[in-house]
Design a protein around this ligand. Structure first.
Ligand code: 5GP
Length: 264
């Protein structure tokens, strides 16, 4: 059994989560391996261990590489932000941080919809619709993509989602409200860390019939620009071969450790 310890300074009790004997958590068979994470079963079928990987991919898997230390950075950053969001009323899949790069999560059924929130025009929005790069949007844009690598995660609308059975109308309404609330909650924290939250992707899952926030929130899934210099501090450094990729991920985590205060 790998050593499992609770992250320093966090109390599951304080967060209103079920107290766990973390020493009891044993990783079972691997359930699934994705591009950035592996999921393992535990003795409790309602809980999984997520192991974050250093592997990096872009352009629907066409570009492959390694970002050293990314797994640990993305895991810690996600845990930090999930705890903050949870304390602010957003239900998430996080149960506890384990050893660096690993977290214990609720075994959700992931909805096959990627939810993208944009505050500043760039990326595929500029490419597809010609929106001026760097333009601050008057209000956030919410987009949905069908999570399907073979089809290249195509953009879809509400009717596709409900008619093709990926989520019900009610679930979609919850997702929309939650995604916009996550944006409202993350923006000030990022600003405090000297980062502009340009855009980000969220994934949601069903747990006991409820929609909860799942997956991760990290420089892999967010665009983050330094407020002073405009420097890109996210996966675009890998996508666009800008160099200093590891440094950017570590810088974001360092700043967020200071900026995120989880009220208990
Ligand atoms: P865009 O549509 O401009 O390429 O991406 C918008 C935002 O969503 C960016 O922050 C990007 O990192 C994130 N995003 C969109 N699709 C994916 C995806 O399949 N994987 C990851 N990691 N992030 C994505």
């Amino acid at each position: 059994m790998s050593e499992v310890k609770q992250e320093k300074g966090t109390s599951l009790k304080d967060l209103g989560l079920k107290e766990l004997d973390l020493q009891d958590i044993e990783m079972g068979d691997m359930l699934y391996e994705g591009k950035a994470k592996k999921m393992f079963r535990t003795k409790d079928e309602k809980q999984l261990v997520v192991v974050y990987k250093d592997d990096a991919t872009a352009f629907n898997g066409e570009k492959k590489g390694t970002i050293m230390g990314k797994g640990q950075v993305n895991c810690e950053m996600s845990a930090l932000l999930f705890r903050y969001l949870e304390a602010s009323g957003i239900p998430t899949h996080l149960i506890a941080s384990l050893t660096p790069g690993q977290m214990l999560v609720k075994a959700v059924t992931i909805l096959p919809v990627e939810v993208i929130v944009r505050n500043i025009a760039t990326g595929s929005l500029s490419k597809r619709l010609g929106a001026e790069e760097g333009k601050v949007l008057p209000h956030p844009i919410l987009e949905f993509c069908y999570k399907n690598d073979a089809l290249g995660d195509p953009l879809v609308n509400d009717d596709h989602i409900t008619a093709l059975g990926w989520a019900t109308k009610e679930q979609l309404a919850v997702i929309r409200t939650m995604a916009l609330r996550v944006n409202e909650l993350l923006q000030p924290v990022m600003l405090k860390a000297g980062l502009r939250l340009v855009d980000f992707k969220l994934e949601f899952g069903l747990y006991g019939g409820e929609v909860i926030l799942a997956d991760e929130i990290s420089p892999d899934t967010c665009r983050l620009w330094d407020t002073t210099t405009g420097k890109k501090l996210d996966k675009d450094r890998f996508r666009q071969d800008l160099g200093q990729v590891e440094e950017a991920y570590e810088e974001v985590l360092k700043r967020l450790r200071q900026a995120v205060v989880v009220e208990r």
